[in-house]
Design a protein around this ligand. Structure first.
Ligand SMILES: [Fe+2]
Length: 299
């Protein structure tokens, strides 16, 4: 069945412990046992061994997304597809796979330079209850949430995910340009083999952190509201106020997590039960209400 969901995310942080504390104090994630990488913090959202892997390094940035593929044979087929298209495939070692709590993984670059990992064979760990009274995150077979990646090489990157990895288009969103001399903004939203409206978005501009945003979905509006209070109390910069998106109907807000990582916390995202009869949309409006943007002035 191909790519099932976004199973884990890898970040690099100068201070992984700070990111872990943020994730626990603000988001309600939990710290997992180590899976072998020295200095790395592993964070849990559900009964997966971990969902976030925060490595120690010299920069604060997004390193990779790890997509789950359904079987060893699909995994091998995917590698053949990549290699048949002339893409360099790095096969992770046994030790590196153990550090991800998976049977095996490979790593490739998409045409915009984003690192894509694909894995199979990840057994559930013990159960996990989030902090702050959050009943659960909306995860499981739908993966950890979604992410939007920079894709300045827009058409070739879209084709990489659609034609080589089997993602389907959910919505092709065009928004006005920042300035008259600039191109329009485009976010191309794609789904994998699960009901979540989009698992991946591709944005046609670069971003120094390597990611536009990561999204965690909570179980109720109150859980999102309490999280918003915690974000405000912590003094983190909110760059989009509470609002509801037009395409996936998610009610959410956005803020900068430590290291300048864009983060969306939401509730009530649309789920599509049958992608076979779904008609992809072409939107020109991002929001039904809210999401007033407030980007800090840089420079
Ligand atoms: Fe989002």
């Amino acid at each position: 069945m191909g790519i099932m969901n976004l199973g884990y995310v890898i970040l690099e942080m100068q201070d992984p412990a700070k990111w872990s504390k943020f994730a626990q104090d603000i988001l309600g994630f939990g710290e997992a046992d180590s899976f072998g990488e020295i200095g790395t913090k592993y964070l849990r959202m559900d009964n997966a061994p971990f969902r976030y892997m925060v490595r120690k390094g010299n920069k604060d940035r997004f390193l990779a997304g790890g997509y789950e593929i359904s079987s060893k044979s699909d995994f091998e087929n995917q590698i053949e597809l990549f290699e048949g298209s002339g893409i360099d495939v790095y096969r992770g070692t046994k030790a590196e796979a153990d550090c991800r709590a998976v049977e095996a993984f490979v790593s490739v670059k998409d045409p915009s330079g984003n690192t894509v990992e694909i894995f199979y064979g990840r057994a559930p760990d013990k159960s996990f209850l989030p902090g702050h009274g959050i009943r659960k995150f909306i995860t499981g077979a739908m993966g950890l949430g979604h992410m939007v990646l920079p894709a300045p090489e827009n058409e070739t990157t879209i084709s990489f995910y659609e034609d080589l990895m089997g993602f389907g288009v959910s919505d092709d969103l065009t928004l006005p340009a920042f300035a008259p001399e600039m191109p329009e903004q485009r976010i191309y939203f794609m789904h994998s083999d699960n009901p979540r409206h989009h698992t991946l978005g591709l944005y046609n501009f670069p971003n120094p952190t390597g990611v536009i945003h990561l999204m965690a979905e909570m179980n109720s509006m109150d859980e999102v509201g309490h999280c918003l209070d915690r974000v405000k109390a912590a003094g983190l910069h909110i760059f989009a106020s509470l609002g509801r998106h037009a395409n996936d109907e998610m009610i959410s807000f956005y803020f900068f997590a430590p290291g300048g990582i864009g983060f969306e916390v939401g509730y009530d995202g649309k789920q599509i039960e049958n992608w076979d009869i779904y008609e992809p949309t072409k939107s020109v409006i991002g929001d039904i209400w809210g999401h007033e943007y407030d980007f800090p002035v840089v420079g």
